[in-house]
Write a protein that binds this ligand. Structure first.
Ligand SMILES: C[S@@+](CC[C@H](N)C(=O)[O-])C[C@H]1O[C@@H](n2cnc3c(N)ncnc32)[C@H](O)[C@@H]1O
Length: 193
C-alpha cells in the first residue's frame, strides 16, 4: 500500500503514467455488457468513473491505496461505494454484474496471487455476468510505476481464466502516456458460463 500511496501523493493525478482523459475502449467494452452493478478493481483515480456515473452505473471502487480512494471520495462523495483491499487476499465483496480491471492484474507476479484474484472475481460475478480485464500487452512495457509486470496476450488470459469464462471480445490498442510513451494494452470481455 505504501508504494501506491506514494504514487498518489502528488496532487496532480493527470501526470500519472496510466492517466487517460477519456477511456473510450473501457467504455465501449463495459457498455456492451449487461447490468449496472459494477466493481472497478484497482480503480486508482480514473476518470472512467465520471463517465460511468453519467451513465447511471452503481459503482464500487476498490483499491489497495487509501490515498487514491481519498481522492475519489473528494471527487465523488456518496455516489460510490469504497473498498480499501488487496486483491491478492481472499475478499468478501458482494454481488456485481460487471468486474472491471484496467491495469491491476499485471502487477500480480505470483501464481498464488493470480488464483486468489480469480477467486475474488468469481465470488462476486455469477453465471451470466461479465469481467472486463485490461492489461499491458506481452509485447509492450514490462515495468510500470517502478514495479515488474506479468503481461498478457489473448491466449494467456483465456488460459488463466479457465473454463468458467468465455472470451467475448478482445481489443489491442495503445495508450499514450502523459509523457508521450506508447503502452500497448490488451482489453477483453469475458462472460461467466
Ligand atoms: C496502474 S494503476 C491503474 C488505475 C486505474 N485503473 C486507471 O486505469 O487509471 C493500478 C492501480 O491498482 C492499485 N493496486 C495495485 N495492486 C493492487 C492490489 N493488489 N489490490 C488492489 N489494488 C491494487 C493501485 O493502487 C493503482 O491504483
Amino acid at each position: 500500500m505504501i508504494h501506491w500511496n506514494a504514487a498518489y501523493s502528488d496532487a496532480d493525478t493527470t501526470k500519472l503514467g496510466w492517466y487517460q482523459k477519456e477511456h473510450s475502449v473501457s467504455l465501449q467494452l463495459i457498455s456492451s455488457c449487461k447490468g449496472i452493478r459494477l466493481i472497478d478493481v484497482g480503480v486508482g483515480t480514473t476518470t472512467l468513473i465520471d463517465s460511468l456515473l453519467e451513465k447511471e452505473y452503481e459503482i464500487t471502487a476498490l483499491d489497495i491505496s487509501d490515498k487514491a480512494l481519498e481522492i475519489m471520495k473528494q471527487r465523488h462523495g456518496d455516489n460510490l461505494n469504497y473498498v480499501q483491499a488487496d486483491l491478492s487476499e481472499e475478499l468478501d465483496l458482494g454481488d456485481f454484474d460487471i468486474w472491471h480491471d484496467r491495469a491491476v492484474l499485471h502487477f500480480l507476479l505470483k501464481e498464488s496471487e493470480r488464483q486468489t484474484y480469480l477467486a475474488n472475481m468469481k465470488s462476486c460475478i455469477s453465471s451470466g455476468g461479465f469481467a472486463v480485464i485490461e492489461t499491458f500487452s506481452k509485447d509492450g512495457a514490462q515495468i510500470c510505476c517502478g514495479l515488474d509486470l506479468y503481461t498478457y496476450d489473448e491466449n494467456m488470459l483465456i488460459e488463466l481464466l479457465g473454463d468458467d469464462w468465455i472470451l467475448i471480445e478482445s481489443i489491442r490498442h495503445t495508450h499514450i502516456n502523459p509523457f508521450g510513451g506508447e503502452r500497448p494494452y490488451i482489453s477483453t470481455i469475458f462472460k461467466r458460463v
